[in-house]
Design a protein around this ligand. Structure first.
Ligand SMILES: Nc1ncnc2c1ncn2[C@@H]1O[C@H](COP(=O)(O)OP(=O)(O)OP(=O)(O)O)[C@@H](O)[C@H]1O
Ligand SMILES: [Mg+2]
Length: 397
């Protein structure tokens, strides 16, 4: 397809936080060094790690693991926490031991809630002038003092912008004149970065980079898709919706409802502990077919919560499609909440779109007997896999 060849800026930029764009089509590993690297996703309810190595040019899975943070924060498995660096470090150390992690070099996620990703319009100036103008323009979109964030930006190259705007080929793009240019502005909350950096220092790990979870997620889930797709990350506390085309986030939306809300409402309605409710939730799923009272209650709680999430996602998707004049045909589900039994079918009914489950481990070579397990747990590890893959690329090149 002409669009892929036209997408050449992936090799030409030099911007640390947006390296996902550079590596978007760069799936091959440059050297055959066999050093293992780590992706560490600090989620609100659990930390996920994925260790991978470059085995003769093939990214290969070493090990992966997860540790629930609930008990470190005085709550239960599956519930969101906000832990100080010391507690995060404690959990990290246990996870490293239990998952037999050997690498210290890691890519680390930054929560979407602690960041800002925005596609902005700037005057149509030559690229060298844009490099001066964009950082100044970008500041207007940052709602906090500039010293509280780490700011980065990425100027969308002309051809790609024209393709976004509807040109059907590189030739057609060539013939179009742009009146505005577009840039992707990215800001990360400095306090969150400091907190994470401290936790990793205490745990004896070496963060090679920090990356907003959305980018890690995209790298591991939509790497093969060129058409506009939506990703819905069903986390513990929140659900995040990203509209992605050619690996770039066009728009995003956060729904302040997550999978922990199913557990909470089930615990309240069934008069059971959060731990028991979490167990029941994982057993029964959303479309249980009412086998017994417990399953019916889980199904009811899950339906109410998921309806809320998908109704808001649907509204946001319709808004995006209208604003950007794009047709989204596929939604990729990711995050631990997506592994609740019956969620893909439920999403299909609610969104009336093609639904795909994220399968990030497909990017890594692993023994055949693990394939089914990795497919099942995959959605929860999308961010960690994306981080590991980028760290592997950076380490090898
Ligand atoms: N097998 C399962 N069945 C049902 N639900 C599950 C399963 N595994 C995890 N969950 C739910 O998924 C949620 C955690 O998902 P995930 O690990 O993606 O969240 P997180 O990354 O910690 O949170 P966030 O992305 O909001 O920061 C929890 O609420 C948990 O109950
Ligand atoms: Mg998460």
């Amino acid at each position: 397809m002409g669009r892929v060849q036209a997408f050449t800026y992936v090799d030409s930029m030099d911007i640390p936080f947006l390296d996902q764009a550079k590596q978007y089509f760069n799936k091959t590993i440059a050297t055959s060094q066999e050093t293992s690297v780590l992706g560490v996703d600090i989620g609100s309810s659990s930390i996920k790690v994925v260790q991978t190595r470059n085995n003769k040019g093939v990214p290969t899975l070493d090990t992966y693991g997860e540790i629930a943070l609930g008990t470190y924060g005085g709550t239960e498995v599956g519930q969101a926490t906000n832990l100080p660096p010391e507690k995060l470090a404690e959990a990290l150390k246990v996870l490293i031991t239990e998952a037999s992690v050997t690498s210290k070099l890691c890519g680390v996620s930054v929560p979407f809630a602690s960041s800002l990703v925005k596609l902005i319009e700037v005057p149509a100036l030559p690229d060298d002038k844009l490099r001066t103008v964009v950082p100044i323009e970008a500041r207007k979109y940052i709602p906090v003092p500039i010293n509280e964030v780490q700011l980065d930006y990425f100027i969308i190259p002309e051809t790609e912008q024209k393709l976004f705007m509807g040109a059907n080929s590189a030739e057609e793009a060539e013939a179009t004149q742009l009146t505005k240019r577009m840039a992707l502005v990215v800001a990360m909350h400095a306090e969150t970065l400091r907190k994470h950096a401290r936790a990793f220092e205490l745990a004896g790990l070496n963060p090679g980079f920090f990356e907003i979870e959305a980018f890690s997620n995209i790298r591991s889930t939509v790497s093969r898709s060129l058409a506009p797709v939506a990703i819905i990350d069903l986390g513990a506390a929140t659900s995040k919706l990203y509209l992605v085309e050619l690996g770039i986030i066009l728009a995003s939306h956060v729904v302040p409802t997550g999978s922990q809300d199913i557990t909470k409402s089930l615990a309240a309605s069934s008069h059971v502990s959060l731990a028991k409710a979490e167990e029941l939730k994982r057993q029964a799923g959303i479309l249980s077919g009412v086998k017994n009272d417990d399953a019916a209650r889980v199904s009811h709680a899950a339906t109410l919560t998921m309806e809320k999430i998908f109704a808001e996602s649907r509204r946001a998707l319709l808004g995006f499609q209208k604003k950007y004049n794009k047709v989204i045909t596929k939604v990729i589900l990711t995050g631990g909440g997506a592994t609740l039994k019956g969620v893909p079918e439920f999403a299909r009914q609610q969104l009336e779109l093609e639904i795909e489950m994220a399968n990030p481990f497909a990017l890594l070579q692993a023994p055949a007997f693990m394939e089914e397990t990795l497919r099942q747990v995959g959605p929860e590890f999308s961010t960690a896999v994306g981080l590991a893959v980028r760290q592997l690329n950076e380490h090898s090149s």
